[in-house]
Design a protein around this ligand. Structure first.
Ligand code: PAZ
Length: 332
């Protein structure tokens, strides 16, 4: 079967890269176009951060969901990943309960805090309602209590202006917004936390190497060459978000790699916490790793049965680590 190669190998990019085929993060921003709505993103985030700075609140930036990697400049096809944003959306609720203001930077159409209880349950959204004879619509009595509880929490978060929803779709969109967003949050110094739960692609096709139009199928199979995405955690930790508590996530499918790779990330980037999780067990168990410690957080079968969520344990730990960080500039 014949094949089409739609990008040249990363090593052909020798002027821009570090000799290993990986471009520098700064170069990435010079050679890629920022998203059209970046200034709107910055305006909304600045206002939110300034308000909470004035009120002396702690603010967490949560990234959530997967990024797409377009295959064509006029994109018809793209590569995606499994993440649906459960981790981020669930965590947002626990951070709000713990008194944080939350910037929820999520993949468009991924799972959202509070809404998730109804949009991603075993029932369809409309199954929660009934149409009455008098023309009104009401929550089915058997679900009304749960709906009311969730609705009250959601309304409270909105009323107190403690939940800002911002979205992204592509890898590029995400990276530009991450850079801009972390720089804006750094105005809060130690009171900021960065909770990087999004599943960000490690590979991409730079726009200057991408074909313009829809890849045609008449030539048979398709061979793709993807470049490695620059390691953005490095400038994020050293320049963009300095002083805040930085929590990154590490997902693996091979247990033997989880802790060593998490430790390697802490050493390489110099941030404070890595949360390691396995693809298959990520809703039941995670390992929270700092330079000084390693703690497994797990749910018992009984806790799982009674719908306790692992994020309740993660956030309880992080709130303590953040308190200590704010008072001493260290993690225990
Ligand atoms: O979004 P989700 O709830 O389906 O999955 C969460 C997760 C596994 C994407 C997150 O916990 C995580 O590990 N994020 C980082 C992935 C990585 O880049 O290694």
């Amino acid at each position: 079967m014949s094949s089409i190669t739609v990008s040249v190998p990363a090593s052909d990019n020798s002027i821009l890269d570090n000799g290993q085929g990986v471009i520098d993060p700064d170069v990435y921003f010079q050679i890629n176009q920022p998203p059209a709505n970046l200034s709107e993103f910055e305006t909304k985030l600045s206002a939110f951060v300034d308000l909470h700075k004035e009120q002396g609140n702690k603010v967490v930036l949560i990234t959530s969901g997967g990024t797409t990697v377009p295959l064509e400049n006029q994109t018809v096809r793209f590569i995606d990943n499994f993440s649906n944003g459960t981790r981020g959306a669930t965590s947002a609720e626990y951070f709000l309960e713990a008194g944080y203001a939350v910037v929820f930077m999520h993949r468009q159409n991924s799972i959202q805090p509070y809404h998730r209880h109804f949009t991603h349950s075993h029932l369809g959204f409309l199954d929660y309602f009934e149409a009455k004879e008098d023309g009104s619509v009401q929550a089915c009595p058997q679900y009304a209590d749960k709906m009311r509880k969730v609705l009250l929490k959601y309304s409270e978060a909105k009323k107190s202006n403690r939940l800002l929803m911002l979205d992204f779709v592509t890898l590029s969109d995400y990276l530009f917004k991450l850079q801009a967003g972390t720089k804006i949050l750094s105005r809060l110094g130690e009171r900021a936390m960065y909770y990087l739960a999004a599943a960000v692609s490690d590979f991409f096709i730079p726009s200057q190497k991408m074909v313009e139009h829809k890849i045609q199928s008449r030539e048979g199979g398709l061979t793709l060459t993807l470049d490695q995405v620059p390691k953005f955690l490095k400038p994020l930790v050293s320049n963009w978000a300095s002083k805040g508590l930085i929590v990154s996530f590490k997902l693996e499918t091979d247990t033997a790699l989880l802790v060593p790779k998490a430790r390697q990330a802490l050493t390489r980037y110099g941030h404070q916490v890595v949360i390691g999780n396995m693809l298959k067990t990520r809703k039941q168990t995670v390992t929270l790793i700092t330079r000084e410690s390693e703690k497994v957080l797990s749910l018992t079968p009984e806790q799982l049965e009674s719908n306790i969520e692992i994020e309740s344990k993660i956030i309880t730990e992080l709130v303590q680590i953040h308190e200590y960080w704010m008072s001493s500039g260290h993690t225990k």
